[in-house]
Design a protein around this ligand. Sequence first.
Ligand SMILES: C[S@@+](CC[C@H](N)C(=O)[O-])C[C@H]1O[C@@H](n2cnc3c(N)ncnc32)[C@H](O)[C@@H]1O
Length: 210
Amino acid sequence: MAKRDGLKNYKCLDLKDAKNDYRLREVYRDWAKKYDFDNDNVLGTVSQPKSVNLLSTRLKDKTAKIIDVGCGTGLVGEKLKAQDFIYFDGIDISEDMLSIAKYRGYRNLFLGSLNKQLPLLDNKYDAAMCVGVFTHGHVSSDRFNELCRIVKPGGYICFTINEGVFEKYEFKKMIEEFQSDKTWEVISLYKDDYMTLENVKGYYCLAVVQ
Ligand SMILES: C[S@@+](CC[C@H](N)C(=O)[O-])C[C@H]1O[C@@H](n2cnc3c(N)ncnc32)[C@H](O)[C@@H]1O
């Protein structure tokens, strides 16, 4: 993939591409330094504060251990810190994104892909955030299992899904299956503003692992 604008390359990702993890790293390598600017000024993304607000409606223990999966440059961490959460780790596929996140208050940052097993122990966290990762060409709906593995029973999973892939990648179907087989209990699932300057909505979900 030619080295050019990360934002443009992001739209060309394809889940079925066998080299997708490699391409994801290339996209975010090229985007990392400009990501925060584009988030605010080109995309108008509001998913980070909205997701942290959603988690906060239920998670009242400010010492809870939280993992931010696909933490990127740490915009979710920044919001967690602003809400007085004191223990949050981050993990991402891109070293370049992580190199910016290290200034945003995370206890530990890890390199790993949600398309594979994450280098994290079972039942390690009280909550997992996953914001902006279930989107075009990134991660498929069968990876919800991996989020459930690293969160304790009774813990929370709070994630977003770009409206464009909600049904296309079977996220809707998988959320319902996890509910009916009692893998989790959905507390909230709704559509709301996501990338406001692109007029793209997203789904916000908060679930408790059973
Ligand atoms: C749209 S950004 C969202 C970043 C951050 N969560 C936020 O809301 O600003 C998507 C992030 O997911 C990461 N990512 C993409 N695919 C991934 C995967 N398979 N495993 C882990 N992280 C991934 C990217 O490197 C990028 O940092």
